[in-house]
Ligand binder design. Structure first.
Ligand code: HEC
Length: 124
């Protein structure tokens, strides 16, 4: 019995550490961005700069996600996993200060996240 409880305790600790968190999501999203988006969206690429105002023009996080998922990378929409699209969308929003750094973007909450440019958003 004692051994079993200890085993369960270890499992709980391990699963708590591995639990997805906003920092991990943003870091994963940044990796996706660097590999699949940056070449076009940073000068001298062919894509527009992804400024806070441009991102916010999609109005909600789920619309931005859907756009990315269906249209990006340009002419190759849908090539990434849904999780990669979620993470890269979260990272774009975090970088533009459109979501708090401690906010996890999920399939469930993204339609409730409205995108509003504030004075603290970076100009980019
Ligand atoms: C091959 C170049 C290329 C790559 C790679 C690329 N994009 Fe784009 N992106 C574009 C172009 C060109 C546009 C403008 C499309 C249009 O106006 O129809 C665009 C538009 C966008 C927009 C909308 C901007 C606006 O004006 O509303 C977003 C958001 C976006 N891209 C995100 C991404 C993300 C996220 C990735 C990586 C998963 C990515 N893009 C990869 C070329 C690219």
């Amino acid at each position: 019995m004692r051994i079993t409880l200890r085993f369960v305790g270890v499992l709980l600790v391990v699963s708590a550490c591995a639990r997805p968190n906003p920092e991990m999501q943003q870091a994963l999203g940044e990796t996706v961005y660097a590999a699949y988006c940056q070449s076009c969206h940073e000068a001298p690429g062919t894509g527009p700069r992804l400024t806070p105002a441009i991102l916010a023009s999609r109005l909600t996080a789920d619309r931005l996600y859907t756009y990315n998922q269906q249209q990006m990378p340009y002419d190759a929409g849908g090539i990434l996993s849904n999780e990669d699209y979620l993470n890269v969308t979260a990272w774009l929003l975090y970088r533009a200060s459109l979501i708090e750094s401690n906010k996890m973007l999920t399939m469930r909450n993204m339609d409730e996240i409205t995108l509003i440019v504030t004075e603290t958003s970076p100009a980019q």
